[in-house]
Design a protein around this ligand. Sequence first.
Ligand code: NAD
Length: 321
Amino acid sequence: MSIMITGGTGFLGAEICRLLVEDGERPVLLDPYPPRGRLPELKDHYLYVPGSLTNLPVLLNTVRQYEVDTIFHLGGMLSLPSEQDPWNAFEVNVVGTYNVLEACRLSGIAKLIFASSVAVYGEDIAGDVITDDTLQRPASFYGAGKVFSELQGRFYARRFGLDFRGLRLPSVVGPGSRVAHMTIYNCWAIEHPLRGLPYRVPVEPETRCPTIYYKDAARAFHMLGKADAASISSKVYNVAGQSPAYTAAQLVEAVRGHLPGADLGIDPDPNISQLLQGLSRLALDDAPARREWGWNPAFALEEMVADFVAEFRAHPAIYSM
Ligand SMILES: NC(=O)c1ccc[n+]([C@@H]2O[C@H](COP(=O)([O-])OP(=O)(O)OC[C@H]3O[C@@H](n4cnc5c(N)ncnc54)[C@H](O)[C@@H]3O)[C@@H](O)[C@H]2O)c1
């Protein structure tokens, strides 16, 4: 029996792969893009299958060939690309998840762990705290796809007995993120100074953005995957990383603490600031994840910046490119 990760060569998929390899597993990574970043270091410990979620026969052949019994489903298009190309995002994120669910049903796969997002929430949230029960009415196409995918998963659990679980992640911070998105400043405020580049954070100093360090995010998937089925009642869980979320000014100060010579400042972009204003007041409540399967993040702001700097410096050839 083996474990498959869709989107397995991506930012988070690769880190989950690392945790599974530490367990002695040999995960199957299904992704159209070949292994990159730090993945090749693990090269004999995983199997790479080039393939798309949009192709059900490829999914079925893969899960049958490698006798997959658990899938971590992370493959997909992120928020900005989905906004720019909703037509492909529908095929990859919505139909792709349906295909993964069908592969589970047709091949008798027991367990599916899905990567959802706090993008499932809209701007019309009453109160200042997001819980697992908060209304999901996103404005973005990406968020709408995640809501439908969560609901598809719950349907397959009820109708076909699939052990479906999922995490709603806030913005993930880690080295090596090259694709711009609304909250990428949380990564680039650390990474650009490490690469010797100037950087200006494009939001107001007091702006807060819910984030989680990539090692915590991968560990949350790993923990959820292993949790005893009897303890899983909510099925899909918010997980908070740094809670309460840090401000942009606190981020800059933490980076300067490690990189005193950094050419780092704050220069708010009115468009980005306005888009993030709604987020700033909101706190993520992850009590069900803590209660049901023991979630507890390891990286607060200071630990996150320290580990990011150490990780970058330990692998300059990979992250400096
Ligand atoms: N990074 C974040 O801030 C964040 C926050 C919330 C949720 N998530 C979710 O976590 C998951 C992983 O995100 P990530 O940060 O690792 O992003 P990523 O872009 O690094 O990884 C996604 C992977 O999916 C692959 N992919 C794209 N199209 C595919 C297709 N048709 N078939 C199979 N694979 C395909 C990509 O090649 C990529 O390797 C995604 O589902 C994302 O929506 C990420």
